[in-house]
Design a protein around this ligand. Sequence first.
Ligand SMILES: [Zn+2]
Length: 64
Amino acid sequence: MPWCDTCDHMVEDDQITDEGECPECGDQLARRKIPWHFKLMIGGTGVYLVWRAYQGIGWLVHHA
Ligand SMILES: [Zn+2]
């Protein structure tokens, strides 16, 4: 899904106009990529969840 800088959110593939524009502001989105900070946020969330799962397993091992 492309990112709209103007609206500051991602645009669903099926909401993009036939011209590849944002349905809300009309910005050209076809060549835009997801910004790095959004990827960082996704990656950070993934690492956090893995860490929590790791902690949970450790707790179970020690309290079983
Ligand atoms: Zn937009």
